[in-house]
Design a protein around this ligand. Structure first.
Ligand code: AMP
Length: 191
């Protein structure tokens, strides 16, 4: 099994690249942001709970997020592997993921972190906001808050997996195809 964490700040291209990578490597893509948006659009209790946090650009509490992730993984018992996009975003989430995969007799294969500087991120997200319809993409203060949350709460996850020798940085600037080639080359090395 190959279990990848596609890591990086909001707007670094994780969703775009994950969609291409699952095709190439036949993996299941799990984006916790997409799962929350789906729950929100259906007005489920989980969606309603997540909504206030997402609107501020804050993280949804770990207990909620970890439970949702676990349920999603359980719906794919025959997966050849997963690409986790936007998860884990905290150390407790990383520990929960490690425990979940250990139960299945597997582990995180590698974490690939897309590097994009802050100003480029703000520009990219604003551009995306014009078509995504996402409230959190259309307010510069919220965008900057999401970047700060990434730096303060999420970036320690890179170090957590670096201690296991699993973290790699990938240049996230360039054409979509170019970045895809960088990621594909890194994944091929891991297989
Ligand atoms: P994303 O689509 O990954 O940018 O996520 C959008 C929003 O969903 C984030 O700003 C958070 O409010 C929430 N979210 C997504 N994934 C997580 C996670 N792993 N932990 C906590 N909150 C999350």
């Amino acid at each position: 099994m190959i279990n990848l964490i596609l890591f990086g700040p909001p707007g670094s291209g994780k969703g775009t690249q994950a969609a291409k990578l699952v095709e190439q490597f036949k993996l299941v893509h799990i984006s916790t942001g997409d799962l929350f948006r789906y729950e929100m659009s259906n007005n489920t209790p989980l969606g309603l709970e997540a909504k206030a946090y997402m609107a501020k650009g804050a993280l949804v509490p770990d207990s909620v997020t970890i439970g949702m992730l676990r349920n999603k993984v359980e719906t794919h018992p025959d997966a050849a592997g997963f690409i986790f996009d936007g998860f884990p975003r905290t150390i407790p989430q990383a520990q929960a993921l490690d425990a979940l995969l250990a139960e299945k007799g597997t582990e995180v294969t590698g974490l690939l972190a897309l590097h994009v500087d802050d100003e480029e991120i703000v520009q990219r997200i604003k551009l995306r906001g014009a078509t995504s319809g996402r409230a959190d993409d259309n307010d510069e203060n919220i965008i900057r808050n999401r970047i700060n949350v990434y730096k303060n709460e999420t970036s320690p996850v890179f170090d957590y997996y670096a201690l296991q020798g699993k973290s790699q940085s990938i240049n996230g600037i360039g054409e979509i195809e170019e970045i895809f080639e960088r990621l594909s080359a890194a994944i091929t090395q891991l297989q």
